[in-house]
Ligand binder design. Structure first.
Ligand SMILES: Nc1ncnc2c1ncn2[C@@H]1O[C@H](COP(=O)(O)OP(=O)(O)O)[C@@H](O)[C@H]1O
Ligand SMILES: CC(=O)N[C@@H](CCC(=O)OP(=O)(O)O)C(=O)O
Length: 268
């Protein structure tokens, strides 16, 4: 029998949808995202990246970003570029694009309302080299009150993954990571990692080789054999971390999959 004294909060039924930067650059894909979010018929929280756009702007400024193990070594200039692109243009454009689908989106960052608490990532060993990632934050925790308040009022939060520490310094945090931390903290029913490839492929260059389902053992084999590489490798580490933290369903998928099946479901 249902416990009437402690009903499930509305947000416990939310879906967290993470959009990779390449999706944001494609107006048709963005329109499909909002159609899918509308068709879900329940609360959704969007989290977006924008790595490719940040890299493009840095290059226009004559700076070549350094990416190590899928994470940007974030100098003072790189942090400024992340603020201008993610918190600035991309978030504003994404929020505006929701209007055509009748979704009432609100743009926030991980720093707003203390949503995502981080600390500066200590230098760490990567393949035998000590790497100081600069202004990159590691997540300490999520305080979902802001997002829950927005959802409760019928708004769709759109989260740019700029986060702050307790002293008020800003940090760059990978968007897949923020999405999974939010999904875990909200008790989301599903985490969709929406990416241009539309799923995990047996051959990254062959769209017909998409896998419907991927086990942890297959992820390990794929990394060892080299067919899971680049940005997909840390993304699948995030997918597995989400499952370990109790998110019941995790997919790597395309915008058109949001309201239905499709994509690659990652299983333990
Ligand atoms: N097995 C694979 N299936 C699909 N994509 C793969 C695979 N292995 C490597 N990739 C690469 O991973 C990329 C996705 O990671 P990333 O660019 O970081 O995504 P996003 O920006 O959406 O977070 C793809 O564009 C593709 O080049
Ligand atoms: C620390 C770190 O690497 N942060 C990412 C944040 C943006 C991101 O995650 O964008 P995508 O989802 O488009 O990859 C970066 O600087 O690229």
């Amino acid at each position: 029998m249902a416990d009437v004294k402690s009903p499930q909060p509305r947000v416990s039924r939310s879906v967290v949808v993470k959009l990779g930067g390449a999706i944001l650059a494609d107006a048709e894909a963005v329109a499909e995202v909002w159609t899918g979010v509308q068709a879900l018929g329940g609360p959704a929280v969007l989290v977006h990246g924008g790595g490719p756009q940040a890299t493009a702007l840095a290059r226009r400024l004559g700076h070549e970003p350094r990416i190590v193990a899928g994470r940007r070594v974030t100098s003072d200039l790189d942090l400024d570029v992340m603020l201008w692109t993610l918190r600035g243009e991309l978030n504003a454009r994404l929020v505006a694009s929701a209007r055509a689908a009748g979704v009432r989106a609100v743009g926030v960052s991980g720093a707003d309302g203390g949503l995502v608490r981080v600390h500066r990532r200590p230098p760490r060993d990567v393949d035998g080299e000590t790497v100081d990632f600069g202004h990159v934050g590691d997540v300490d925790g999520v305080a979902p009150a802001l997002v829950e308040t927005l959802l409760g009022a019928g708004f769709t939060p759109v989260v740019a993954t700029i986060c702050a520490d307790d002293a008020g310094a800003l940090y760059n945090v990978n968007a897949d990571t923020v999405a999974f931390e939010l999904a875990a903290a909200l008790g989301a029913t599903r985490l969709d990692l929406v990416t241009e490839a539309g799923g995990v492929r047996r051959d990254a260059d062959d769209p017909d080789s998409r896998l419907d389902r991927l086990t942890a053992a297959e992820v390990e084999a794929g990394v060892a054999e080299g067919w899971i590489a680049g940005g997909m490798r840390p993304k699948l580490e995030v997918a597995r971390a989400a499952l370990r933290r109790g998110v019941p369903a995790v997919r790597v998928c395309a915008p058109a999959d949001i309201a239905g099946g499709g994509g690659t479901t990652v299983v333990p």
